[in-house]
Design a protein around this ligand. Sequence first.
Ligand SMILES: Nc1nc2c(ncn2[C@@H]2O[C@H](COP(=O)(O)OP(=O)(O)OP(=O)(O)O)[C@@H](O)[C@H]2O)c(=O)[nH]1
Ligand SMILES: [Ca+2]
Length: 492
Amino acid sequence: MKEKNPWHTPVTIIITVIGVIAIVALVTVAVLQNRPLLQKYKYGIVLDAGSSHTALYIYEWPAEKDNNTGRVEQTHSCKVKGPGISSYAAAPWKAGESLRDCMREAKLQVPKKRHHETPLYLGATAGMRLLNKEDSSASDLVFKAVEETLQKSPFSFQGARILSGQEEGAFGWVTVNYLDDRLKQGLETTGALDLGGASTQISFVSDNYDGSESPSNAVTFRLYGNDYNLYTHSFLCYGKDQALRMTLAQQTQGSSSEISDPCFHPGYTDTRNYSVLYDSPCVSSRKPQGAPATFIHRGIGNFQQCQAFVKSVFNFTHCKYSRCSFNGVFQPLLQGPFGAFSAYYFVMNFLNLTDTSIHSLETVKEKLTSYCATPWDQLRQRYPDVKIKYLAEYCFSGTYILTLLTEGYNFTSENYSNIKFIKKIKGSDAGWTLGYMLNLTNMIPAEAPDTPILPHASYVSIVSIMAIVIFFLFILSLRPLWPRCSKQPQIV
Ligand SMILES: Nc1nc2c(ncn2[C@@H]2O[C@H](COP(=O)(O)OP(=O)(O)OP(=O)(O)O)[C@@H](O)[C@H]2O)c(=O)[nH]1
Ligand SMILES: [Ca+2]
């Protein structure tokens, strides 16, 4: 007689079917309940109203992660045509007008249904700081004009204001370290070096600095559960355009009608206007009396002489602290790696000097010596597509960067290679804008966010295995109900 399979009894079949349905239901519920939500994005827009130009940046992050672990990325940028908003002091409405094209672009880049909830900020830096110092009512009118344009946009306009130098430095540092994932992981941070047109910032964490010496240079942060004592300083007038004015002012003190400038190439000539050169609070007090209307600006291309003029715009005579950079400003010992962006990058990239692991300080000097001595005609032929203003100024700008880093901030041949010249980090521009937005939207928490103990896939596997084990234990516990299965000993 054929033996009856104990699993084929009605009771076990029913239990098995119910058990399987229960397991499938349990796993399905677990998976659905914990599945990552469909990716939806949120957006934020920041306008960087710099001294030389305005740029618009659009940032994006997954909607469900907006207040802790979300990765914010730059998805789009737009360079406003024309000069910075501070240049429109004489016709403020043009400042508002200048932003229109980029705002139109932003409307196309951000999905329409997100427009109303997308915060829009405008932060102005050194150009507006200078205008505000020189003529505060003109600066108010420029702000009124840009605010009118931005209020008309469909985005949630959160205001336009001048950032302090401290904020500019500190938010640049936050951007660099956020993008490098250094904050979340509590790693050693990277210092930030920003060279603009009208000001320059240096920001870094140093073990020697707790903020007690020169507290005005201290910014403290608690980010992802770690405390940071950041040293930061912004030098107004030491951006590369204002530094060029100051260097030229040094050379035009004799109010002559012609100057031979070692920071420009042999063969370069231009006619410059004295009033335009001295039309800035950085140099206005030094305008020579009885100067002619114009002067001829002639290049003679000599790096060493150029550096001597550049050095003369830094003051090293007084320091009431334990150590200073220049102009009597406190600076602790340099520490850690540094990211140098904006004009640091534009200039060093053009000169092919961004890789500091192969280009030592000595190589930079050699390169500048030969570059500055290159005749202007030759350069024009070699770089027909480079904007003339940029091309004419790379010798000065390179010399200025070298002098600022070594004489100003005290970088040496030993630690120069700690500097990386960068433009973008993981697709986002290095600069203060991202840090500014992260701060205003509370997107970096003070405390480390709670992370799930298990990743989603491990969680699902463990739930499934446990359910199967429990089911079999349950079946085994029903053993007494199973019909006798093995052959019974026959009683004769
Ligand atoms: N060579 C070169 N120079 C550039 C480029 N874009 C901007 N610059 C110059 O680099 C300098 C710094 O530019 P930015 O960092 O945009 O300065 P900014 O933000 O307008 O000025 P601040 O308000 O002082 O920060 C200015 O002198 C600009 O004219 C570029 O693509 N190439
Ligand atoms: Ca800037």
